[in-house]
Design a protein around this ligand. Structure first.
Ligand code: ATP
Length: 227
């Protein structure tokens, strides 16, 4: 496989935070990815009840969070698709539009465990490599147990490496331990609503942009922050 492998980091990014950026960097370094694209979901199917910033602002925040980090960029492709933003559609479109590249979808362990509820979730490994990073304290044994139970549905076969399963088409499903930054977008939104500081949880460029969009935040995240 001589094609460059591009990491695809999907998420709601409401807002993007330092945990996202660190996890993406560590997965890219561990797997030798040629580049990583953050792909914000325009209409995330799993977060229906969540108060959401509009897509253009989440996109801009992702660009600011990545700054000039070499090899890292933001891909707005989900903006153009009507209806819910399904990962299987994104990976299928990428494969069709960019046949000279390979893609590796990067997901957290919590997302792996919920794959059976995603549209065609257990088939994602038929469209791209998969890299699962551990964040929630769930380690390699959980990863192996989950995959072993669904190996037939996923077309996954064990390899001599405990952290790697083979997938159809010579692709790989790899478990990648990353340093765990206990940061989440929901916690950031909650702190913001309480009027708390979010310094250190997001980059300074992201924090400035959030400050500049207080009205959009009030509209997107619900309850106003105390004055
Ligand atoms: P929320 O708190 O609103 O559920 P979130 O912080 O989990 O959001 P998402 O945009 O839903 O952020 O996450 C996108 C991807 O980033 C997912 O694969 C998720 O597992 C991963 N991720 C989120 N937070 C972290 C973190 N602190 N460290 C590593 N990965 C993370």
């Amino acid at each position: 496989m001589s094609h460059p492998v591009i990491g695809i980091f999907g998420g709601t990014f409401n807002p993007v935070h330092v945990g996202h950026v660190r996890a993406a960097i560590e997965v890219a370094e561990a797997l030798g990815l040629a580049a990583v694209e953050f792909v914000p979901a325009a209409r995330p199917p799993h977060k229906g009840g969540e108060p959401l910033l509009d897509f253009a602002l989440r996109l801009r925040l992702c660009r600011l969070a990545l700054g000039d980090l070499p090899g890292f960029s933001v891909n707005a492709m989900e903006a153009d698709r009507p209806g819910p933003s399904y990962t299987r559609d994104t990976l299928e479109t990428l494969g069709r539009q960019r046949p000279d590249e390979e893609f590796c979808f990067i997901l957290g362990m919590g997302d792996l465990l919920s794959l059976p509820t995603w549209k065609d979730g257990l088939n994602l490994g038929r469209l791209a490599h998969l890299a699962v990073h551990a964040r929630e304290g769930l380690g390699l044994p959980h990863f192996r147990a989950f995959v072993a139970e669904r190996a037939a549905a996923m077309g996954a076969v064990p390899t001599s490496e405990p952290a790697v399963w083979g997938l159809p088409g010579g692709r790989r499903l790899t478990y990648v331990p990353v340093s765990r930054l206990d940061v989440s977008s929901s916690d950031i939104r909650e702190r913001w609503r309480r009027g708390g500081r979010i310094h250190g949880l997001v980059s300074e460029a992201v924090r400035h942009e959030l400050d500049n969009h207080a009205a959009a935040l009030r509209a997107g995240w619900g309850r106003p922050a105390p004055a």
